[in-house]
Design a protein around this ligand. Structure first.
Ligand SMILES: [Zn+2]
Ligand SMILES: [Zn+2]
Length: 263
């Protein structure tokens, strides 16, 4: 899988990973990759933090590490971030993103106004479909109200916790989201974290089919790994299903500019 890059990765610069960035880089170099990117978590005023502190990677350290690793290994090192969107922090998100020289920005929805959607409180007393409906409403607002990103992360994030549902039941909101992404010329992420779980694959197939049927052509792919053992997890399946449903390339971003890499 040379030159198919994993565009969603976390190292110990993210609060929920303990992996050294260099361990990923060694695997990438051994696999013949010429580029490498990590996308560390930035969740401002996060519900994950009991007192709603900012969860922000040390960007200066991240950049220093990237340049050190670029000296040590024959690989281009790129600077990414996964920015968590929430209505009340979007101005600060916008500022921080424009103040840092990122190559690539994933916008993800992790939290509602009250909870991180992985918390049981978010799901309590509600069906999977109600949780997913609320989640997609937030994603919809995110893509409408925010422009400073390159790809939309994991559109089925809440289903990792709430359980599976048929994406056909949510096509109205999904169409709205995809229409906005296409209009704004943003990419859609195929997040392979839950592969090869057949239900996660089924959801991905439905999302990819709907998005390509609407004219969506820009995809990024990422494993969302927090440990090296999940680096490029599920990529064979991801590539196969993209090809089967009309995608012929993946996007790769450098200095916020997208390049199409043929599949
Ligand atoms: Zn995420
Ligand atoms: Zn992530």
């Amino acid at each position: 899988m040379m030159n198919i890059y994993d565009c969603h990765l976390h190292s110990r610069l993210s609060f929920d990973s303990r992996e050294d960035m260099e361990n990923y880089v060694r695997i990438a170099v051994a696999g013949g990759d010429s580029r490498f990117i990590t996308t560390e978590h930035m969740d401002l005023e996060s519900h994950f933090s009991p007192r709603h502190f900012d969860i922000v990677p040390d960007f200066a350290r991240q950049r220093k590490l990237l340049s050190q690793l670029a000296e040590k290994y024959p690989i281009e090192m790129l600077f990414g971030v996964e920015a968590g969107w929430r209505r009340d922090i979007r101005e600060r998100n916008r500022q921080i993103i424009s103040q840092n020289p990122f190559d690539f920005v994933i916008m993800s929805v992790h939290e509602s106004e009250k909870y991180d959607v992985s918390f049981p409180e978010f799901r309590q007393g509600r069906t999977v479909d109600r949780c997913y409906n609320e989640y997609l409403s937030l994603v919809c607002e995110a893509v409408e109200s925010f422009d400073n990103f390159d790809t939309l992360g994991h559109i089925d994030y809440v289903l990792r916790y709430a359980g599976h549902t048929d994406l056909d039941r949510h096509s109205r909101l999904l169409k709205k989201i995809f229409r906005r992404l296409i209009e704004k010329d943003k990419a859609l992420e195929l997040n392979t974290k839950a592969f090869p779980d057949p239900q996660a694959v089924e959801r991905a197939v439905k999302a990819v089919k709907l998005y390509t049927s609407m004219g969506g052509r820009k995809f990024t792919m990422g494993s969302d790994a927090h440990k090296t053992q999940y680096y490029k997890n599920g990529f064979e399946t991801g590539i196969r299903l993209l090809k089967e449903h009309g995608a012929d390339s993946l996007m790769f971003y450098r200095q916020r500019k997208g390049e199409k890499l043929p599949l």
